[in-house]
Design a protein around this ligand. Structure first.
Ligand SMILES: [Fe+2]
Ligand SMILES: [Fe+2]
Length: 155
């Protein structure tokens, strides 16, 4: 299970670009599942999404898929700490992530859809693009892997 070298390069370039221009590195200090940080989780979801596209031979907009997947949990707080500002985290964090991302980046419709719909079916808004469906699915699988402490080793 490994990514194409070209896909690895695209992910690294996107991480560099996003890190330089935003608070993306702050995600390293927040835990997502078990020992996995939100940063690692976002990279895991991105790599698994690309791998699934490759395996299923899906023709997708890779740039948008990578950007949306990297920013899908860009909510910038520790959801384990109870706080009024992020009650109902599961239902609200996708919109918070989108709002945060839009403060820094121009996002196209695919990228906005990936971020805002990735919690489907917990949130009842149906993903509109195949890129959003893939990230939504990869997010669930990556979360299970992280809870079980299984590394996907795609990067
Ligand atoms: Fe999420
Ligand atoms: Fe996620």
């Amino acid at each position: 299970m490994t990514l194409l070298e070209g896909d690895k390069k695209l992910v690294k370039e996107a991480i560099n670009y996003i890190s330089i221009n935003s608070k993306f590195n702050e995600l390293k200090k927040y835990k997502q599942h078990g020992h996995t940080s939100v940063y690692e989780h976002c990279v895991n979801v991105t790599c698994l999404s690309l791998w699934l596209c490759e395996k299923a031979k899906l023709n997708v907009n890779k740039y948008s898929l990578i950007k949306g997947a990297l920013l899908h949990d860009y909510f910038l707080y520790d959801w384990h700490i109870h706080d009024k500002s992020h009650m109902l985290h599961g239902f609200t964090h996708s919109n918070t992530a989108l709002k945060n991302a839009l403060k820094t980046f121009h996002l196209n419709e695919i990228e906005k859809d990936i971020i805002s719909k990735h919690m489907f079916p917990l949130t009842p808004f149906l993903p509109r693009y195949k890129e959003s469906w893939i990230v939504t699915f990869a997010d669930k699988i990556s979360s299970i892997f992280e809870v079980l402490r299984i590394k996907n080793k795609l990067m």
